[in-house]
Design a protein around this ligand. Sequence first.
Ligand code: E4P
Length: 217
Amino acid sequence: MKFFADTAELEEIRELTATGLLDGVTTNPSLIKKSGRDFLEVIKEICDLVEGPVSAEVVATDFDTMVKEALKLSAIAKNIVIKVPMTLDGLKTCKLLSEKKIMVNVTLCFSANQALLAAKAGASFISPFVGRLDDISEDGMALIEDIRLIYDNYGFETQILVASIRHPIHVLEAARIGADAATIPTDVLRKLFHHPLTDKGLEAFLKDWEETGQTIL
Ligand code: E4P
């Protein structure tokens, strides 16, 4: 499963890139606001750091302006993925961009039928928001199961990019279901490294090593 960082914070992306674990980055207007940075500048800097897909979201809601924004954003770098909302105009834009071989991520997906439409419109990625569904007492992961089944039934190549991840169990369940990718907030990504038995075991090994009086270097 591919790991994308769900952030527009350069320093966090730089550190994660060094682990080799990062396959891409997703941003949205709220993450850009949180970064306090100029949108076009920060997207360019992220693309300079990351080789994989970097999602940049259009903010227009009508087809003509969405296409203009998308073409401007896609000129920033080869690895830009245009994020469009799951609306009729968004899917028209998706179809046009995919015909031009520009990758599209359809965002704000909350139903399997929406995911089916996005795949038919040629989306490279669909972003189902599991956390926001859980927040309203719906089963976010059941949506991922449904989309996996539907895409496999028809051989759609659209990648399921699980979004709105809130905790490590979301990552585990997405991997069990066979989602293609998960976009993960950096604090959740860091939690994946940790296990209390790892910390306890390392502490014991280091204590015993110290008592041998030996050094490696
Ligand atoms: C990523 O593509 C989404 O915009 C993001 O995962 C949404 O997460 P949130 O529901 O925590 O805002």
